[in-house]
Design a binder for this molecule. Structure first.
Ligand code: ATP
Ligand code: MG
Length: 370
């Protein structure tokens, strides 16, 4: 009984399979595969090891603007009509190097478009390379959208910056106007002297806003030299420790003695450290501990600046690197924006960790070699 059931099951399974002779089935599968290749929206091009184009699907024809039947068995470089980047990618493929979603600009018959191309090696049953398969799609729309978004972002950033500059400049300007009004009214000698002092102070303030702003917006051109980061940290600490704000702060310098010299612009790095260390000092008006550490790991150096100030709340954490973002009465809000720009121009990273009421640590990572 058991055997009969098995036999019945076997024969019912057989009945569900299409009844094709062996060759006809493989021919059918070939047609089926070909249909799939012809219907997918991605272009597929196959090039053999001699560099001849042996297959293109319909999408490849339409993306490249070619007619495969006329190009069959021609050299890929002539089919791609001097699109040197694409040609190079396929050449690399023939030499065994493949790429994933490489974005390339393609110029065919006066038309320009962007394609995203992935290449893979075509192997035979014995794993011998037979050629290269290039799969690509037209990403012109995506690229256009990307550049539109970038332009909008840039315009928004310019707007934000201009608003920031206007806001920053307006305060000292109106103070200067106020002092001038007082002078016009005729004051005692002492009062006049103090109004003039006020004008001088506000002018200095304006000057520092403009200088900071320019150092932020100017395209920086760092001059890279062998730089001793520990020495820079020491210089900055000795600069800020004389500051009135630094009273009651204990400085703890834990720099690594064997820290390697790095390729950097010492002038710019010093400015970045100064801004971060100054912030730490300003975060502790009633005193505290400021720790600066340096270390090295995996070809990068780390500098950590830790304070025991109030910390940075989540609400403002996303904005502290934005130009002109400040919570200080006298701040321009450019310190961290400048530090961020400098670290980025050194291929480094800057981030912070903070606990409310406990303090903040800024971490700067910089590559030893560029
Ligand atoms: N160590 C810190 N502890 C707490 N808050 C900080 C710290 N560092 C930065 N911040 C916050 O980030 C804001 C932006 O800092 P940034 O250095 O860019 O500008 P600023 O210090 O306000 O002004 P400026 O640097 O131009 O004098 C500060 O106003 C402050 O709110
Ligand atoms: Mg600052």
């Amino acid at each position: 009984m058991k055997n009969r059931a098995k036999r019945a099951l076997k024969s019912s399974k057989k009945d569900t399979l299409p009844r094709f002779p062996k060759n006809a089935l493989s021919k059918d599968m070939r047609q089926y595969n070909n249909l799939i290749l012809q219907c997918i929206p991605s272009g597929v091009m196959v090039i053999n090891m001699e560099g001849l184009v042996t297959f293109c699907n319909a999408s490849a024809d339409s993306i490249l603007g070619i007619d495969y039947l006329k190009e069959k068995d021609k050299n890929y470089a002539s089919v791609l009509k001097g699109n040197s980047h694409v040609v190079q990618l396929i050449k690399n493929g023939i030499n065994g190097e493949t790429f994933f979603r490489k974005q390339l600009q393609l110029k065919m018959d006066g038309n320009s478009k962007w394609i995203g191309m992935t290449t893979s090696i075509l192997y035979d049953k014995l794993a011998t390379p037979m050629g290269v398969i290039a799969v690509f799609s037209d990403i012109t729309d995506v690229k256009e959208l990307e550049s539109e978004v970038k332009l909008k972002e840039r315009l928004a950033a310019v707007g934000e910056l201009s608003a920031g500059v206007a806001h920053e400049i307006r305060n000292p300007l109106s103070a200067i106007g106020g002092y001038a009004e007082l002078l016009k009214r005729g004051l005692s000698e002492d009062e006049s002297a103090s109004a003039v002092e006020g004008i001088i102070k506000e002018t200095k303030n304006l000057n520092s806003i403009v200088t900071n702003f320019l150092s932020f917006v100017r395209k920086s051109q760092p001059v890279f030299n062998e730089t001793d980061v520990n020495a820079l940290i020491k210089e900055v600490i000795s600069m800020v420790s004389f500051d009135k704000n630094a009273e009651g702060i204990n400085f703890d310098i834990k720099t690594l003695k064997t820290l390697p010299a790095i390729e950097a612009d010492p002038f710019e790095l010093k400015m970045a450290f100064l801004n971060i260390i100054q912030n730490a000092v300003q975060a502790m008006p009633n005193g505290g501990r400021l720790t600066v550490k340096s270390d090295v790991q995996y070809g990068k150096i780390f500098i950590e600046v830790t304070d025991t100030g109030p910390g940075i709340s989540k609400e403002i954490g996303d904005r502290i690197f934005n130009p002109f973002f400040t919570t200080k009465e006298q701040g321009t809000g450019l310190g961290l924006a400048i530090a961020h720009k400098i670290v980025e121009s050194h291929d480094g990273k800057i981030e912070f960790k903070s606990k409310k009421g406990k303090g903040t640590t800024f971490i700067i990572r910089l590559p030893i070699r560029r």
